[in-house]
Design a protein around this ligand. Structure first.
Ligand SMILES: Cc1ncc(COP(=O)(O)O)c(C=O)c1O
Length: 389
């Protein structure tokens, strides 16, 4: 008899993520990989030098549970510059092992069995499984291309006495949409006077284009008193493999967060935190990030405009959505697999970000790539266009 026959997975329907699947397919077919969201170029050698220096200087043991204090101070300074608000590094900022751990721990902190959580789809894949892991129920609200506009009356209709948390993501992966004042006002109005909390995933905050200004949930008083805001140094400094991020939340939520955090990871990589503090204290290291990525976006869009692929508006993040309906009638999954196998270009079908696999004939292309990779991708896109056109 199987001694483990009583074992049940807590997430029985979760399989390999679409990102791992498409990256594996890309490798197998030696495809240009615009699927998974990570840079294929190096981070700053200066940053690497700083990490090495701290390792050699002996900063190799546990960091404080809440994070290296100077890094928390530098985050507070960056936010003060960007939002003209003060944040207390002691009581409101915690360093995490990447944005994903911040999201996980925030959800673990507030969700009890029976609680409901509102999520907007298309959504980053970590939110819903984490909610379910802690006994919560997800209410998915579907946003549609090309605008991915939120109908706040519809959101209100989905709020019940069990609603505990609303998760937002601006700029959105994969929608690229920015939350605007009207969205934040509507959200503030909705939660004011309730005990509903907000988890605002802002890992792409510094990648906002065309002169638009990023707004944080923390700039809205009703939201600031009840929100976790998540950031990621992986995104900011092209070091997704280092897995260092942070969460900003009011004192009462930070206290509750840290109670879970200390038994989850306890503390985060010490020399990297010290190096990030040095690097972050020089704002020239990140203030050109949007210009840097906008050039890449513009290059990709200029290539797409010369084909039957139709680029959607890209307001932020390092993803470009394309509508291929003028080229081919196939579904997203079939088409994206075909592009990888037959043309050597790996992308992500946007249907993967919807629970109901909503198919809008859209693909997500990551442009956090070197010019060489983007040139090679441009060549592939023109070949695909010529084949189907
Ligand atoms: C919307 C969103 N949130 C969070 C993360 C995770 O950030 P990290 O790599 O720091 O865990 C990602 C990574 O792709 C993301 O796209």
């Amino acid at each position: 008899m199987d001694p483990f026959s009583r074992f049940r997975s807590k997430l029985p329907d979760v399989g390999v993520s679409i990102f791992s699947k498409m990256s594996a397919l890309a490798q197998r077919y030696r495809a240009i990989n615009l699927s998974q969201g990570f840079p294929d170029f190096e981070c700053s050698p200066k940053l690497i030098g700083m990490v090495e220096r701290y390792m050699r200087k002996g900063y190799n043991q546990y960091a404080p549970m809440a994070g290296v204090h100077r890094l928390r101070e530098c985050i507070a300074e960056k936010m003060a510059l960007g939002y003209r608000l003060t944040f207390d590094p002691n009581d409101e900022i915690t360093i995490t092992a990447g944005g994903t751990q911040a999201l996980f721990t925030a959800i673990a902190t507030v969700i009890n069995p029976g609680d409901e959580v509102i999520i907007f789809e298309p959504a980053y894949d970590a939110y819903a499984p984490t909610v379910r892991l802690f006994g919560g129920t997800v209410r998915n609200l579907t946003l549609l291309a090309p605008s991915f506009e939120i109908d706040w009356l519809e959101v209100k209709r989905n709020v019940t006495e069990r609603t505990k948390l609303i998760i937002i993501n601006s700029p959105g992966n994969p929608s690229t949409k920015l939350f605007r004042k009207s969205d934040f006002d509507a959200l503030s109005h909705l939660v004011e006077g309730t005990d509903i909390m907000v988890l605002s995933d802002e890992v792409y905050a510094d990648m906002v284009y065309d002169g638009e200004r990023f707004s944080s949930a923390l700039q809205y008083p009703v939201l600031r008193e009840r929100s976790f805001v998540v950031g990621s140094f992986g995104k900011l400094f092209h070091v997704t493999g280092w897995k260092v991020g942070y969460v900003v939340a009011p004192l009462w939520l930070t206290n509750a967060f840290r109670k879970v955090h200390q038994f989850n990871v306890f503390s985060v990589n010490t020399p990297i935190q010290h190096a990030l503090a040095d690097f972050l204290s020089d704002k020239s290291e990140y203030e050109q990030l949007a210009v840097f990525f906008q050039e890449k976006r513009d290059f990709l869009q200029s290539v797409l405009i010369g084909t039957k692929f139709c680029p959607l508006q890209c307001e932020g993040t390092y993803f470009q959505l394309v509508d291929y309906s003028a080229l081919n009638a196939q579904g997203e999954m079939v088409f994206s697999e075909r592009l990888t196998r037959e043309f050597g270009l790996a992308t992500i079908p946007v249907s993967a970000f919807y629970t109901n696999s909503m198919d809008q004939q859209l693909l997500r292309l990551c442009f956090a790539k070197s010019l060489k990779t983007l040139d090679a991708a441009a060549e592939k896109l023109r070949q695909i266009d010529a084949f189907y056109g």
